[in-house]
Write a protein that binds this ligand. Structure first.
Ligand SMILES: Nc1nc2c(c(=O)[nH]1)N[C@H]1C(S)=C(S)[C@@H](COP(=O)(O)OP(=O)(O)OC[C@H]3O[C@@H](n4cnc5c(=O)[nH]c(N)nc54)[C@H](O)[C@@H]3O)O[C@H]1N2
Ligand SMILES: Nc1nc2c(c(=O)[nH]1)N[C@H]1C(S)=C(S)[C@@H](COP(=O)(O)OP(=O)(O)OC[C@H]3O[C@@H](n4cnc5c(=O)[nH]c(N)nc54)[C@H](O)[C@@H]3O)O[C@H]1N2
Ligand code: SF4
Ligand SMILES: [Mo]
Length: 868
């Protein structure tokens, strides 16, 4: 049994790993302070993602396998030559908040101290950069004041732009527990009725981007009611201006006066309020101002750093926080030190014995890839990220990477949109195979520990970075393992502490290897005199004068204005059971069953107006690109708004890459792109041919639309084309399945306009294709279950709800219970979540599906409207 940490979200749940056969069993760690044994659907399915199929197991140079020595020499030589010819700013690293602290530390040291450029940026630019900028403006440092216990002890939790039930499910469970224990109220501020909004006491469907206008209304009300905390304000500057600006705010919130009044009343009346914020705040062209608008309200009332109250940025990735600590962003140094402060630079240069310190900030992610595109950057190393999918203007980013002189990608698989463009691929040891530390949203540092041997030649990322540094001729990169790197990082944080920074874990700097091995989770700071706790209740801040800043901010509309040609506001984000570009969660069949295809949520009124039928296909177009997505008609989104998930890629649904559509408009201070407010056109994509295909092995579509997923029995795909294939369905199917000669049984159902092709070998079904002129309506999970079965007499095309029981989309991933079974339980009389759980077991695992079950019950409980 090995204690480690989940590699997905910033909740940072502790897990207990037990190697079993070739795989792992994964359980929640009852002793970890973040989760106390709980896990969500993604954490629960971790054991299913560690299989070695598709893993990158050896370095690859220009498509040919190579040894590490050759690959590392090659990378070092190309970086050295590029720097010699074009200077240090002609090279760059693009990193990730999923790297371990030790990996991150080495990359940052190499680039900022030895190569002498600050062109090291990370996907945290797309994620947390606005929060970092907002924290620094208000507090003088990027410090999260509170802890998770505040969620347990709050009387009001306000979730701003956070779909907590899906994206931080274990924190949502803590909030639910607080509701049950102390009656905590929950407000969700989100233009979309997310499952979290549905479960809240109050949902404020704010106009997209209007958060500053809303929090300015709140600040004005706080001042108007005399609720400012005069004592605390003696530790704050800028209050008068911020309040005056708030009182003058004229921006629309999109909310009714009653909704506004209810929110203001709740916030003003409740001292213990935690305002949790996430990507609805950060991913905005006014993201930093949104952060400060929220911080202003907490500073004005002194509700910060005390039990049950404070602003709380929940981090997305498992080590988003650790990346900020090592200085992974292009405008940071290390340990919360500033690149632009000569004393800070000198201190770090001395500690590293650095020959060539970067002296000014490097290029931020969006700018970095523009520099790749126009040839200012000629050598690029991408580690643990998939920017060809996840950066805005993704088609341009993909072209930029493809056109770059020299691209190195470190990944666990070569089958990603980005890895396919690399000159050199380096095989990384994956989560369960490597050791190091991560820091979660509440500053708790936890160990990740290896439980499995790395396959083939896979090695940890820190090792590859240190090897390249040494081969470039640099000293100071000869650690024998992550413990040594961690000690160095901790020692540097002590120097930062001496310079007045609060990120100081120097209490861990002298730790021997054995202690690092056994290290229990701890919260920073960690020094001889101070360990863990909250910040700022004492009124001491990290600005030059020690006082916090209230920043006057005014609402701005999203960067892209709506026009008659681009009349829809496109919002993007996450679904419950997938992680980003699905390179890991997509390997677990049960996680692919919740929502198996890229989609766009469209309000019923808009769907009617545009003649978009449910489950038809629609084209979403902006000035930067287009996507083709399955239409989900739902009033979760308001008229004029759309929502699409970010997860699909060239590997899983080439026309579903939503970042192709997102313009690279960024926040002027943080450089974070506006991923949630594109101006787009929506139109039917009038396919004349639809198909659903399942296979035990090969499934290689080439139709203009396709989306493919892994299943329990192989692969499944949705296909569509504008016209039926001229060569006929059989020819298409034989190529699709790679079965040129297999025995074929064909059946045509004229009533349903459905053709079924069944490929058989040895009396067993290998592959099935169902095709027709309209979206294929079938019990998909029943079809998937037929692969490998003997060809029987029953219909090859099961209809939903007819022959075999069909689960439909899986709502409870932990227990494998689908929407149809839950609906049946509700039909049979289950009237609350507990009754559904008793009847089906749904909702008894991680609980992330409970809001969806509650929603089904609510819908079923609406009395049928009397016919008029
Ligand atoms: N299942 C799952 N969980 C994850 C991840 C994942 O990929 N899958 N990724 C992790 C990562 S890296 C991150 S950063 C987090 C993100 O976690 P969240 O921020 O909770 O997730 P998102 O879905 O990106 O966006 C949250 C909400 O912002 C809303 N929103 C859009 N525009 C606005 C606006 O103008 N104002 C307000 N107030 N709200 C708005 C959206 O409608 C959406 O519901 O999730 C983490 N957890
Ligand atoms: N439209 C839109 N775009 C968005 C967002 C949005 O809400 N909307 N959200 C943004 C946010 S918040 C984020 S955080 C980003 C995330 O975007 P990315 O970081 O680009 O997405 P991931 O899929 O997490 O990419 C991680 C890569 O690392 C690889 N990998 C896994 N384990 C290891 C390892 O141990 N070592 C190495 N070297 N590689 C490994 C995976 O196979 C994968 O290719 O997306 C951003 N993009
Ligand atoms: S909430 Fe889920 S994804 Fe996040 S750390 Fe915990 S188990 Fe992992
Ligand atoms: Mo993120």
């Amino acid at each position: 049994m090995i204690c480690s940490t989940c590699p997905y979200c910033g909740v940072g749940c502790g897990v207990i790993l037990s190697p079993a056969g070739n795989g792992l069993t994964v359980k929640g760690d009852p002793d970890h302070p973040a989760n106390r044994g709980r896990l969500c659907s993604k954490g629960t399915a971790l054991g299913e993602t560690v299989s070695l199929s598709g893993r990158l197991v050896s370095p690859v140079i220009d498509g040919a396998e190579a040894g590490w020595d050759t690959a590392l020499d090659h990378v070092a030589a190309r970086f050295r030559q590029t720097i010699a010819a074009h200077g240090p700013d002609s090279v760059a690293f693009y990193l990730s908040g999923q790297m371990l602290t030790e990996d991150y530390y080495v990359a940052n040291k190499l680039m900022k101290g030895f190569i002498g450029s600050a062109n090291v940026d990370t996907n945290s630019r797309l994620c947390m950069a606005s929060t970092v900028a907002g924290h620094v403006r208000a507090f003088g440092a990027d410090t999260v004041p509170g802890t998770y216990e505040d969620l347990d002890e709050a009387d009001l939790v306000v979730l701003v732009g956070s779909n907590l039930a899906w994206c931080h499910p274990v924190l949502w469970q803590r909030v639910e527990a607080a509701r049950a224990a102390r009656g905590t109220r929950v407000v969700v501020i989100d233009p979309r009725r997310s499952v979290t909004a549905e479960a809240a006491d109050l949902h404020l469907p704010i106009a997209p981007g209007a958060d500053v206008a809303l929090f300015n209304r709140l600040l004005a009300a706080i001042a108007d009611r005399g609720l400012t905390d005069a004592g605390f304000l003696s530790h704050v500057t800028g209050a008068d201006e911020a309040i005056a600006t708030a009182c003058a705010e004229s921006g629309e919130t999109g909310l009714s006066l009653a909704e506004l009044a209810r929110f203001i009343e709740l916030w003003c009346r409740t001292e213990r309020v935690v305002t949790v914020f996430s990507q609805g705040v950060n991913q905005s062209s006014s993201g930093t101002d949104k952060v400060n608008a929220i911080l202003n309200c907490h500073l004005a009332t002194g509700r910060i750093g005390r039990p049950g109250m404070g602003p709380f940025s929940v981090t997305g990735q498992p080590n988003a926080m650790g990346g900020r600590e090592v200085g992974g962003l292009a405008n940071q140094l290390a340990c919360h030190l500033s690149l632009e402060n000569p004393d800070h630079r000198a201190a770090v240069a001395g500690f590293w014995n650095a020959p060539r310190m970067a002296e000014r900030p490097g290029l931020k992610a969006v700018e970095m890839f523009r520099a790749v595109s126009d040839g200012r950057i000629r050598a690029l190393w991408i580690i643990h990220s998939n920017p060809a999918v996840t950066l805005p203007e993704a088609d341009a980013v993909r072209a930029a990477i493809a056109g770059c002189d020299f691209v190195v990608v470190s990944d666990v698989t070569g089958a990603t949109d980005t890895a396919r463009l690399a000159h050199v691929l380096l095989p990384a040891a994956a989560w369960a195979e490597k050791s190091g530390t991560v820091t979660n949203s509440d500053r708790t540092v936890s160990r990740q520990r290896a439980a499995l041997p790395p396959p083939g030649q896979a090695r940890p990322d820190w090792w590859a970075l240190a090897q390249v540094a040494r081969r470039m001729g640099f000293g100071g990169f000869d650690w024998d393992g992550p413990a040594a790197i961690f000690r160095e990082h901790a020692a540097l944080s002590g120097i930062a502490g001496g310079l007045g920074r609060d990120f100081d874990i120097s209490g861990k700097a002298g730790m021997p290897d054995a202690e690092y091995e056994a290290m229990e989770p701890f919260r920073w700071p960690f020094t001889a005199t101070r360990q863990g706790g909250r910040f700022f209740a004492d009124g001491h801040f990290l600005t030059p004068d020690g006082r916090a800043r209230m920043v006057p901010v005014t609402a701005r509309a999203p960067a892209a204005g709506l026009t008659p040609e681009r009349p829809f506001r496109l919002n993007t984000g996450r679904i419950r059971d997938q992680w980003h570009t699905m390179t890991r969660t997509g390997r677990a069949p049960r996680l692919n069953r919740h929502l198996g295809e890229p989609f766009v949520e469209v309000n019923p009124a808009d769907a009617l107006r545009l003649r978009l039928a449910p489950f038809s296909l629609a084209e979403v177009t902006s000035d930067s690109g287009r996507a083709i997505l399955r239409v989900v008609v739902t009033d979760r989104v308001a008229s004029g708004q759309l929502f699409a998930p970010m997860h699909w890629t060239g590997e899983t649904a080439p026309t579903g890459r939503i970042d192709a559509v997102i313009a690279a408009a960024t926040d002027p201070l943080s450089g974070q792109p506006e991923s949630k407010a594109a101006a787009v056109t929506l139109a039917p994509w009038t396919a004349g041919w639809f198909a659903f295909a399942v296979s035990d092995d090969v499934l290689a579509p080439s139709t203009p639309y396709w989306a493919r997923r892994k299943t329990e029995t192989g692969l499944a795909a949705e296909l569509a084309a504008l016209t039926p294939p001229s060569e006929g369905a059989e020819a298409i199917a034989r190529v699709l399945f790679g079965l040129p000669d297999a025995e074929l049984i064909r059946s045509d159902d004229p009533a349903r306009e459905l053709t079924t092709l069944c490929f058989v070998r040895g009396g067993r079904i290998r592959a099935l294709l169902f095709a027709g002129p309209t979206p294929v309506s079938l019990a998909r999970e029943s079809v998937i279950a037929r692969i490998g079965a003997p060809v029987g007499r029953e219909s090859l095309a099961p209809r939903a709800g007819t022959d075999q029981p069909d689960e439909g989309p899986i709502l409870c991933a932990c227990m494998g219970v689908g929407r149809n079974r839950i609906a049946a339980a509700i039909d049979a009389g289950a009237r609350d979540v507990a009754a559904v759980a008793a009847a089906t077991c749904a909702g008894t695992g991680c609980g992330a599906c409970r809001p969806e079950i509650a929603a089904l019950i609510a819908v079923a409980s609406v009395p049928a409207m009397a016919a008029e």
